[in-house]
Design a binder for this molecule. Structure first.
Ligand code: 5GP
Length: 191
């Protein structure tokens, strides 16, 4: 998505060759006009596949996911991060390791909001090692929901996430794919 790539080049900051900061327009201060375009693009790509819900992982996936859910006119499920296992029989839970923080958390979903009738599109801001997305898929499959695909705003293609998801048979659609980056440069995958 040209518009997104231009914003990443003008306002993104590669902290080092692994971490990209986009907190001026995606995950701290949010540009609603750009998010509107992102939601429309995900909806255009995934429309007509019988999607019943959009799901994301709190918190930075919420902005792109809400605009996508709005475009598809379906509810948004926010998968919650909890520090440790909560003993509650009404919840699905699975453990995920965070790439940015190097910590683990329990991804949690209330049983009442998902069923075997759901066909779910997962949206997230970044794809790095694919742990968050794999956790979301595991959690939704505990509820016997089916997965329509994964929509990613920024994929760091030099990390193993995409490969891991493709191995699981998941369709991945990323709006910007970074081939490599460093302190003064960001290069996109040529498609
Ligand atoms: P993964 O589980 O794919 O390794 O990491 C996905 C999550 O880590 C994303 O939801 C995002 O919140 C965070 N993340 C991964 N890489 C980056 C990055 O370069 N910059 C930022 N801001 N967040 C990242």
């Amino acid at each position: 998505m040209k518009l997104l790539e231009e914003r990443i080049l003008s306002q993104g900051q590669a902290v080092n060759e692994h971490i990209l900061k986009v907190d001026g327009f995606i995950n701290h201060q949010v540009d609603p006009l750009l998010m509107g375009e992102i939601g429309r693009e995900f909806a255009r790509h995934f429309r007509g596949q019988g999607i019943t819900k959009v799901a994301t992982i709190e918190s930075s996936g919420i902005a792109p996911a809400v605009f996508t859910a709005l475009e598809l006119s379906v509810p948004l499920l926010i998968l919650k991060k909890q520090p440790s296992k909560v003993l509650n029989t009404d919840l699905y839970q699975t453990q995920v390791t965070s790439f940015t923080k190097g910590t683990s958390y329990e991804l949690t979903l209330s049983q009442k909001f998902v069923s075997d009738q759901d066909h779910v599109l997962i949206i997230d801001d970044f794809l790095a090692n694919g742990e968050a997305a794999t956790g979301a898929i595991r959690l939704l499959r505990l509820a016997h929901a089916t997965i329509a695909g994964l929509g990613i705003v920024i994929e760091k293609s030099f990390q193993p996430g995409r490969g891991k998801l493709l191995e699981q048979g998941i369709h991945v659609y990323s709006l910007a794919r970074i081939a490599r980056m460093g302190e003064n440069f960001i290069e996109f995958v040529e498609e």
